[in-house]
Design a binder for this molecule. Structure first.
Ligand SMILES: [Zn+2]
Length: 361
């Protein structure tokens, strides 16, 4: 697998909706999902004169020869859901705030801000894993009225609002593919090009500038075995699984579930027989994923349940067992829909033992 970075800069407001299609308040997502990136590159391929029947098109976009990761603001990562910070001046030390705590490891006793000793609170969003500073997506609310098709003027009682991503912000994602397909992807990304994504393109929304860029990825250079040594409990090994992107898990009866089971963790090099089947600690959230089928059906898909990025699951090794520790960087893909960026996970995320890492420049 080889990796190609992709930068997408908003040149007009972006509306990438999450909710059911008909609603009078539409909220945008604060990231660009992998299937949107796959779609814009497939369109680019056809615009460059390629055909949907080509082997390259089939392999890149339909047969799973490439994995299109989610693009996040300036290449940021999701803050794990086990993170907490000061209730009154919450945030990273690098941003001048009181610093972060993480509840995954350690005792259950009450924790307070290490700087001012006040209560702590949830702290969600994105951060830069190199500088340990917060990254935020700027959005704004646009309110419009529907146009009456008969009179051609504003329609009464049909006001609607849309929360959009503001223009000027850059999102960075990674595409993983085979060496054989790399030249084709590089050709698609050569130079800069403009594309339309999301809703409201007839009103000038959704215009983005796309180009190749470096992949910012400090986590992939670290070693899982080194990190695992920090996750022990009175001698026993613990396994922390942290989702880097939203993930979709199905049980044996094809029902969506809200947590991975041990079988789902095998792609990360985990042997399911060596760990207790249920997580001892969990910090998780979920959302529904909506979508439409393409031609010729054009019907809404059955909504899927996704466990959101940042969710954390902590498993214990079976008593008396010395479990196998993977030798790679411990980052991999689990669950369903991996080629659309769902299910990127890391074992023994360093955030859990250094939530307030001080960066020496
Ligand atoms: Zn404080």
């Amino acid at each position: 697998m080889t990796r190609i970075g992709l930068s997408i800069t908003a040149r007009s407001p972006l509306l990438l909706t999450t909710g059911p299609p008909a609603f009078n308040l539409l909220e945008t997502m604060d990231l660009i999902p992998g299937n949107t990136i796959r779609g814009l590159l497939a369109r680019r391929y056809l615009d460059q004169g390629g055909k949907a029947e080509d082997d390259t098109f089939q392999n890149l976009f339909l047969k799973g020869g490439a994995r299109f990761g989610f693009a996040r603001i300036r290449g940021a990562q999701v803050i794990p859901l086990s993170a907490r910070s000061c209730k009154y001046d919450g945030g990273f030390k690098g941003d001048g705030s009181h610093g972060m705590l993480d509840l995954l490891l350690g005792s259950e006793e009450e924790k307070r801000c290490s700087k001012c000793n006040q209560a702590i609170d949830y702290f969600e969003g994105y951060y830069n894993p190199t500088t340990y500073c917060r990254e935020e997506v700027c959005t704004r609310l646009i309110t419009r009225t529907a146009i009456d098709p008969v009179r051609g003027s504003a329609s009464h009682n049909r006001l609607y609002s849309q929360r959009v991503i503001e223009e000027g912000q850059t999102f960075i994602g990674t595409i993983e593919t085979t060496e054989a397909l790399r030249p084709a992807l590089e050709k698609l990304l050569a130079g800069k090009f403009t594309a339309g994504i999301g809703k409201g393109r007839s009103r000038g929304q959704g215009w983005v500038e796309v180009k190749e860029c470096k992949t910012p990825d400090p986590l992939s250079k670290t070693n899982a075995a080194d990190r695992a040594a920090r996750f022990t409990e009175s001698g026993g090994q613990l396994l922390a699984v942290t989702l880097l992107s939203d993930a979709i898990f199905q049980d044996g009866y094809l029902r969506d579930c809200t947590a991975p089971d041990l079988g789902h963790l095998e792609p990360l090099g985990i042997n399911p027989d060596q760990w207790e089947p249920l997580p001892g600690k969990t910090f998780a959230a979920s959302r529904l994923v909506f979508g439409f089928d393409g031609e010729p059906w054009r019907l809404p898909r059955v909504p899927r349940l996704a466990v959101t990025g940042g969710s954390v699951f902590l498993y214990r090794a079976k008593t008396g067992l010395e479990p196998d520790i993977p030798r790679d960087n411990g980052i991999g893909w689990i669950g369903e829909n991996n080629r659309e960026g769902f299910g990127q996970a890391i074992i023994w995320h360093p955030f859990h033992y250094q939530p307030a890492k001080e960066v020496v420049s």
